[in-house]
Design a protein around this ligand. Structure first.
Ligand code: FAD
Length: 404
């Protein structure tokens, strides 16, 4: 009981505040926001927002009035330390706030490139609204961009830059694009689509230095000795979870802030949710840290339920999406650790799904422009079901009958 203090007003923090009020939580809620905007959606930053002309208001979850109406105290400040004995957080402004329960929803930050000239102004990252705003302007002035990292964000940016008429080169250390996240079938499809659109993808190479003339970026040198000219560099080489606040407070951290299946840290008054949380999962039998809107918002709902008297282990079913030029990738389930992949549909038709199996059971479905397969996957996996691989691969088999 007592006030809930939420550190971070991203997808997880915002959802927690909203869900607490929805569930009738009546004590004070302090939502600490260290960005200068009302809480907003991140996915469009590398998609529609980057492409479009809409203002920041198009990204906001809710207008200012919502926070006043719901008695959510939105505090523009940063938490600099947690005093667990006194159940207090200290803010950068010098203020302190008491908590009955503290929720760390600190998210993740970009992994920075550590090569010569990487801090020049034309070397950019994409995580926050201000990054996307700056890139919109830079896209208007630049002619050649090198994207470092062929993950979701790098490829979404590359597709947009190409649509805007820039010369685009993408550098990737791995042997295929999005290798950590999707099957080879999906990587191959997207690699071809980007190449057909004129994006040059270079695999198995590393950027070794940014070349510059004074402060002006002129290109990138590669590990294989090549040099690619560029006037803008966009880096998407992954993120690091923001665990420092938790670690300094003596909480256990590893590849994230360690929480149990209820999303509680070792301190019964402190939870952690979203991108920063390394959580125990009964469903997947181990610990996981996921970076997705689904994970952030479902974590938030789980903790809101617990704090209003309905404690249950977290059991969210992962799903994700990425928009790259005209293609929509949707992923249901966790497609890691699979040992068999069957395709449903034909990549040449630009609409198909990869059904992933582990020891004969479906673990996930990656769909390209196949929203129906994706929704089927979410329903089936959510209910703990599976479908035989030969049926999945047969386009005449009605998937709905597997849900019955
Ligand atoms: P965040 O949204 O990162 O929010 C954490 C907040 O906490 C930040 O505002 C941070 O500044 C703040 N904070 C940190 N420390 C403190 C402190 N000490 N005091 C106060 N505030 C603090 N996911 C999808 O599912 N689909 C997509 O298509 C997709 N596209 C994406 C595109 C981009 C460009 C990016 C960056 C992410 C995308 N994601 C996507 C991932 C998704 O946005 C994240 O998983 C989600 O935002 C995680 O929510 P979160 O609240 O845990 O963290």
């Amino acid at each position: 009981k007592g006030p809930v203090v939420i550190v971070g007003a991203g997808h997880a923090g915002f959802q927690l505040a909203a869900s607490l009020r929805q569930a009738g939580f009546a004590d004070p809620i302090h939502l600490i926001n260290d960005e200068s905007h009302l809480p907003y959606q991140r996915p469009p930053l590398s998609k529609a927002y980057l492409k479009g002309t809409g203002g920041p208001e198009t990204l906001m979850f809710r207008p200012q009035k919502f926070y006043a109406d719901q008695s959510i105290d939105l505090v523009y400040d940063r938490v600099i330390s947690v005093q667990r004995d006194a159940r207090k957080v200290l803010l950068a402004s010098g203020k302190a706030l008491d908590y009955g329960h503290l929720v760390l929803a600190t998210g993740a930050r970009n992994r920075l490139l550590d090569i010569p000239n990487a801090s020049l102004p034309a070397v950019r990252y994409l995580r926050i609204l201000d990054d996307s705003e700056a890139l919109r302007t830079l896209l208007g002035d630049a002619r050649r961009v090198v994207v470092i990292g062929a993950g979701f964000i790098g490829l979404e940016f590359a597709a947009t830059a190409r649509i805007k008429g820039l010369e685009v080169d993408v550098l990737e250390l791995g042997t295929r694009v999005m290798a950590r996240a999707v099957t080879a079938e999906i990587s191959d499809y997207f690699q071809k689509q980007h190449a057909d659109a004129g994006v040059r993808i270079h695999l198995g190479v590393q950027a070794t230095s940014i070349e510059a003339d004074g402060n002006k970026v002129t290109g990138v040198s590669l590990s294989d000795g090549r040099h690619i000219p560029a006037d803008l560099i966009v880096v998407g080489v992954g993120v690091l979870p923001n665990v420092e606040l938790a670690a300094e407070a003596g909480l256990q951290v590893g590849a994230g802030i360690v929480v149990d299946e209820y999303l509680l840290t070792g301190d019964p008054h402190i939870s952690a949710i979203g991108d920063c949380a390394l959580f125990s999962s009964q469903r997947f039998g181990g610990t996981l840290r996921l970076e997705s809107v689904q994970n952030a918002t479902d974590h938030a709902r789980c903790v809101a339920a617990r704090l209003t008297g309905d404690a249950k282990p977290y059991d969210g079913q992962p799903w994700f999406w990425s928009d790259q030029a005209n293609d929509k990738l949707q992923i249901a389930g966790l497609t890691t650790g699979y040992d068999q992949v069957v395709l449903r549909g034909d990549p040449a038709q630009k609409a198909f799904s990869a059904f992933c199996y582990k020891e004969g059971r479906l673990v996930g479905i990656e769909s390209v422009n196949k929203a129906g397969d994706h929704m089927f996957g979410r329903k089936l996996l959510g209910a703990g079901g599976t479908i035989d691989a030969d049926k999945a691969a047969d386009p005449s088999f009605d998937l709905k009958s597997a849900l019955a």
